[in-house]
Structures are given as structure tokens and as C-alpha cells.
Design a protein around this ligand. Structure first.
Ligand SMILES: [Zn+2]
Length: 440
């Protein structure tokens, strides 16, 4: 929930590649979201395949928006439901789900559809083990029509809250939205880190927008159709970009050799296995390990849209194709590190703002992580020295810490020692503490 660096690297790589090959007719020429430019979005032409990118106009075409009601009016009266609230927004990832193409009578359908998408995504590791670091906000956007534009055919136009439409950029499975309307609705939620738009449709489709700037705060939007049972994978993949800062592990035929510098993303590299070992770079700590995606972690050529001279960690993964829902080990580590960049394990329940007395009770809350990948420890310190007997406590009397006369700094620290993290920097991100001043 802190300000993140937008995913300009992934987007830039995609735009560059597309522009270079002339695969799309336009190039980006305006700032994102000003209504006059274009943006690169990701989509999946078939439900079990690799992704593609397209340049789309940020403005929704006139044929979709003509004679439509003003969205801001309805947004003001929108209902926001906390489907899951595990802690304060400052210490959580806030995922906002907006329904589109649901009329006033269909809001229960939206709730059920949103739940089923979230259930499916959060059955995948590492989302499953770390669901407790998320808040889920459902925004009941009321549409005048049921269903969305472009379903079932291109000529179908529906009047919906955020103007979802298939056949975006003449691509049937590309389900675009009006980013500004999404922003208006997302602002109704207490906080917005990532937005899912669930569009009322049985047709397969979706889109990933990353590197956004929005008033609501989110940097990514994933769209997905509500009633196709594979569309949730689009959301699961897109969070890989926005939370894990992961690259796409697929390639385009004809792109040839990767021309750039060492990629910034943690799951692509120009180095071979020996190179990674020699320089202790990228996913060297995982090389040779059995991977949950099948096979072993190594350096497989092709990724980041290029065919040669760039490597990915495993043969397949959810960042390569949606015929699997598995993150490989380096991807999983990057996701968990990403969760912890934006969310905190430990939050103070007793205010840290004032000096406490020895008779005070100190309380902390831990994010409710289920049994799974995590391995959370809580430790207490007085002036930096650990008080071993307090290990694991979430509530204690300051006097139980054996304070001498004077003013002390009491610290509670939580760390996730999960074996899914091997990088010390990631472990550091998985550590957080709160401190009080206690006077005796
Ligand atoms: Zn992608």
C-alpha cells in the first residue's frame, strides 16, 4: 500500500517490440489516461495459451459510449462492501473489485461472481498462503444494461458503468474498459492498490493494464469476464506483473534475439545457468530445484517477448501461458516479496504515539495467515536486547519485560521465515516491527 514504481519496464519492452515490428498501427504519443493517447494492454487470445499485447486507444470508441448516462452520478451512490478486511489499509494490499454490466437487480449476481473469481485466484499459491495480507472491496457499480458491449458479437452495444467492451482494438478476446470511469468507482473504496473489473459475460476474455497512475491510487487494472471458468487466470497472471514485478515469460515468433540490457524483472535474464552461478545473480539460489510447475529450475531460452539471448526460470509457468496456474519458484518468491513490500505482517494495536508506563499493556495484531507457506515468528526487544520469554506473544504487560528505572524502547518484531524466500532482501521485506517508548 505504499506508492509503487509503475511497471514501465514491462510496458516499455512490449511497446518497443510491437513498434519495432509494426504489429500495431499506432504508437504511444500521449500521457497515460488523458483520453487522447494509446496504451499497451495484455490479453490472452485463447483460454489456455500465451499472452499478446495490443495498443489500444485510452478513449473508449464513440460507438460504445454514445447516448450514455453520466457515470459520476451513479458512482456517488455506489455501495462498497468489505468482502474481506484483515487490517488497516496502510498495512494491507487493497484489492478493489468492480462489477460491470450488472443492473440494479443483479448486484447479488455480481457479489457471487466476484467471490467466485477471488476464491479461484486465492486458491493458487502464493496467493493462498498470503490472502490475509489483502483487503477485498466490492464496488457495486450499477449499469443500465445487463451484459457488456461486444458480447456475443461486435455490433452489440450495452450501456454499462465502466463501458467494458470485447473486440477492443478489433480483437475479440480483448476486454477493455474506460479507465477514468474505473478510477471514479475505485475512489469509492477506502483504498485501491489493484482493481479487478468483473464484466457480466460468459464469453472468454480480459485485459491487463499496468503502470497506471490513478486518483484512486491503483497502478494496475485486470479485466475478466464473469462467467467463463478460465478468465480468473487473467487476473492471477496480471497480479504477477503488478505485485511481483514479473516479466512475461512468453515470446513472439519472429522477434529474434533480445537486444537490450539485463532486464530489471526478477524472472528473465541474459545469463545462462553458469553465468547466474558465477555472478550470484537473479534466481541462482533456486537453480536445480524441483519446481512446482514441473521440471527443474534452470535457464530456458525465450522470454520477455524474445526468442533468443534471454532466459526464463522454467519451461512453463503462469507468467508464460494460462494452461497452468502455477508460479515457478523464482516467481513465487517475487510475489511474496511483493506482498510484503505493500503489506505488513505486524501492526500496533496499542498506540505508539505517546510514552507508556510500565503498567501499560502492549498489543500487536498479526495478519491472519493460514497454515501454508508462511512461517511467522514474533519477538520482543527492550533497547535492542531480545526478551526471549516473550517470544510469540501478541499481548503483554510492559512490566513483564523486566524494565529497569528509566525510559526504554520496546520493540515487537515479526518475520516470515518461509522457505519460499531465499533472497535476504526479500526476507528483510518480510520483516516488520513497531516500537513504543515506555517509562518506568
Ligand atoms: Zn503478462
Amino acid at each position: 500500500m505504499r506508492v509503487r514504481t509503475p511497471l514501465v519496464t514491462a510496458i516499455a519492452a512490449g511497446s518497443l517490440a510491437i513498434a519495432a515490428l509494426g504489429a500495431a498501427g499506432t504508437t504511444s504519443h500521449a500521457a497515460a489516461g488523458d483520453g487522447s493517447g494509446t496504451r499497451t494492454v495484455e490479453y490472452f487470445p485463447d483460454a489456455h495459451g500465451e499472452g499478446r499485447h495490443a495498443q489500444v486507444a485510452t478513449a473508449v470508441p464513440d460507438r460504445i459510449t454514445r447516448e450514455k448516462s453520466a457515470p459520476a452520478k451513479t458512482a456517488a451512490a455506489t455501495t462498497v462492501t468489505p468482502l474481506q478486511r484483515t487490517g488497516p489499509s496502510e498495512g494491507r494490499l487493497d484489492l478493489v473489485v468492480i462489477g460491470d454490466g450488472y443492473t440494479a437487480d443483479q448486484q447479488d449476481d455480481f457479489t457471487a461472481d466476484a467471490r467466485s473469481k477471488l476464491d479461484a485466484i486465492f486458491a493458487i499459491e502464493p496467493y493462498k498462503s498470503y490472502q490475509g495480507l489483502f483487503n477485498f472491496w466490492l464496488v457495486d457499480a450499477v449499469s443500465n444494461d445487463s451484459g457488456v458491449s461486444g458480447d456475443p458479437t461486435r455490433d452489440v452495444v450495452k450501456d454499462t458503468a465502466v463501458s467494458s467492451y470485447f473486440f477492443c482494438a478489433d480483437t475479440e478476446r480483448l476486454l477493455c474498459v474506460d479507465e477514468k470511469k474505473v478510477d471514479t468507482y475505485a475512489q469509492q473504496a477506502p483504498d485501491s492498490d489493484i482493481v479487478f473489473v468483473v464484466s457480466n459475460s460468459t464469453k472468454y476474455g480480459g485485459a491487463g493494464y499496468s503502470g497506471l497512475t490513478s486518483t484512486a491510487g491503483h497502478t494496475g487494472i485486470a479485466t475478466m469476464s464473469s462467467d467463463h471458468d478460465s478468465s480468473y487466470l487473467i487476473g492471477a497472471h496480471e497480479l504477477g506483473h503488478s505485485i511481483g514485478l514479473l516479466a512475461d515469460e512468453y515470446q513472439y515468433g519472429g522477434y529474434g534475439t533480445y537486444p537490450g540490457p539485463e532486464p530489471a524483472e526478477p524472472n528473465t535474464t541474459k545469463q545462462t545457468v553458469d553465468g547466474m552461478r558465477d555472478t550470484q545473480a537473479k534466481w541462482y539460489r533456486w537453480l536445480g530445484q524441483d519446481d512446482p510447475s514441473g521440471g527443474t529450475v534452470g535457464a530456458y531460452e525465450g522470454g520477455g517477448y524474445y526468442e533468443y539471448g534471454i532466459y526464463r526460470p522454467t519451461q512453463n509457468s503462469i507468467m508464460r501461458a494460462l494452461d497452468t496456474d502455477v508460479f515457478n519458484l523464482p516467481g513465487r518468491e517475487a510475489m511474496i516479496a511483493g506482498f510484503y513490500r505493500d503489506a505488513d505482517l505486524l501492526t500496533a494495536r496499542t498506540s505508539t504515539a505517546r510514552t507508556l508506563s510500565a503498567s501499560s499493556t502492549l498489543r500487536v495484531d498479526l495478519a491472519p495467515l493460514p497454515q501454508g507457506l508462511s512461517d511467522v515468528r514474533v519477538n520482543w526487544y527492550v533497547d535492542g536486547a531480545e526478551v526471549r520469554r516473550a517470544e510469540g506473544l501478541k499481548t503483554l504487560k510492559a512490566s513483564s519485560l523486566g524494565l529497569r528505572k528509566g525510559t526504554h524502547k520496546v520493540t515487537a518484531k515479526a518475520v516470515d521465515r518461509t522457505a519460499a524466500l531465499r533472497d535476504p532482501a526479500a526476507r528483510k521485506a518480510a520483516t516488520n516491527s513497531v516500537s513504543w517508548t515506555v517509562s518506568r
